[in-house]
Design a protein around this ligand. Structure first.
Ligand SMILES: *Cc1c(COP(=O)(O)O)cnc(C)c1O
Length: 408
């Protein structure tokens, strides 16, 4: 019998589970994970009656509960008469996806292809990039940013089977430029906006694109809807136009408030779009966005076309500013809605529990999920959080910080 020897060049489940599961078990043991609750008037309510406000939800504009988005989902299901009429869209499709793609394409001034999720989009598109089918037939050297979201980094083994794959330090422009000088075709993969703040250096990357023909694949899931005109997100609104060397994927499940994902292309030929439809992995062989998701997304897109979107964006900025005025964090002043309140590893679960008991759910992060000494509470702001609720949460956090300071 020969022994199985894993390579673990790009992934290692045993290590990930060993590290991550201790975190999850401890969180669940203290009632901060595995929670079941119903939505009730914007709050959450557990079966035993405990009510709490969610400070760890990514629906930053609360569009997920917007009456027009809910009505849109129901109306589309009734109009099309089916959730999904199962057959590959390359053969036969309802007009639903085409209508949505036309609407989002007009909204963001790009070509849009939909997907059931951003993760499915990346899992399908990145290997196609690797094989050169989205870069004029030339296989690019693929550089993944060290911090890129797991939905992209997990495509590394598949990409490495098609081309050469490297991982670079976070936004290492010098390294990327150096690779561009040495390789005829290079593709860089990164987040457009990070979950803990920080934005991709889009203007610098655009210069490399012009100079060396660099391809860039962005996942801008975190900034769609909350930033840019009509909520086009950080990357799209920083670039004057999109050409065939840039691809942006963004989930429709965060601030956009629906379900599914938009892949934004610029200047791709009909032929290339057909390749995507037929060969981008699960995009071709698995279910697409269903009609309810399409209807919700169409309704959200309509809201994005009106002044209501800028009102919501402004209200979110006001909620973030209120939080920043009460609790200092390294992210203070930044436009994105996530804050990491630093709390010692030994106390973060205790504080999380106290906050939850008082009616605020804030997810704790601590070693080993993050490096020792960088534990804390990951607070996410939403437009639907009342100012008094925010003040209540911040008061408890500030009181805790004062007591911890006194004890030290
Ligand atoms: C949340 C998130 C995703 C997941 O999006 P799905 O559409 O649910 O797959 C992917 N990428 C980034 C950067 C995210 O923040």
């Amino acid at each position: 019998m020969t022994k199985v020897t894993p390579e673990n060049r790009y992934r290692n489940n045993a290590k990930a589970i060993e590290i991550g599961n201790a975190f999850w078990n401890l969180s669940e043991k203290h009632g901060l994970a595995g929670i079941v609750a119903d939505l009730d008037g914007g709050e959450l309510r557990r079966a035993d009656g405990h009510r709490f406000v969610n400070f760890s939800c990514c629906s930053y504009l609360d569009l997920d509960q917007h009456p027009r988005v809910i009505d849109g989902a129901i109306a589309a299901l009734r109009r099309f008469g089916v959730l999904d009429h199962c057959i590959p869209r390359a053969r036969v499709q309802l007009p639903a996806l085409l209508e949505l793609e036309a609407s989002l394409g007009e909204l963001f001034e790009v070509q849009v292809v939909s997907a059931i999720s951003a993760s499915v989009a990346s899992a399908g598109l990145l290997p196609l990039l690797g094989s050169g089918h989205l870069s004029g037939g030339r296989r690019p050297l693929m550089i993944f940013d060290k911090n890129c979201h797991v939905s992209m980094s997990q495509a590394k083994p598949a990409c490495a089977d098609e081309t050469e794959v490297l991982t670079c330090r976070h936004h290492d422009l010098d390294f990327i430029e150096d690779m561009c000088r040495r390789h005829p075709t290079v593709c860089y993969v990164c987040d457009g906006s990070d979950s803990l703040g920080g934005y991709a250096p889009v203007a610098d990357l655009s210069r490399l694109q012009e100079r060396y023909g660099l391809y860039v694949y962005y996942d801008d899931s975190h900034s769609l809807s909350i930033s840019g005109r009509r909520g086009a997100g950080h990357v799209r609104s920083t670039m004057a136009g999109l050409d065939e060397r840039t691809i942006i994927v963004a989930t429709l499940n965060k601030a956009f408030g629906a379900s599914g994902a938009a892949i934004m292309f610029g200047g791709q030929s009909h032929e290339t779009l057909r390749i995507v439809e037929r060969f981008a992995g699960a995009l071709s062989y698995s279910q697409p966005m269903n009609t309810a998701a399409v209807g919700a997304s169409m309704a959200s897109a309509e809201i994005h076309r009106t002044g209501e979107l800028s009102t919501l964006q402004a209200r979110l900025r006001q909620k973030i500013a209120l939080f920043d005025s009460l609790v200092p964090t390294p992210q203070a002043g930044a436009g994105f809605p996530i804050r990491l309140v630093s709390v010692p590893d030994t106390q973060v679960v205790e504080l999380g529990r106290a906050l939850f008991a008082a009616g605020y759910y804030v997810s704790p992060v601590f070693f080993p999920i993050v490096a020792r000494g960088t534990a804390g509470l990951r607070v996410m702001m939403r437009v639907g959080q009342g100012d008094e609720t925010i003040r209540g949460l911040c008061g408890m956090i500030a009181g805790f910080a004062t007591r911890a300071g006194d004890a030290a």
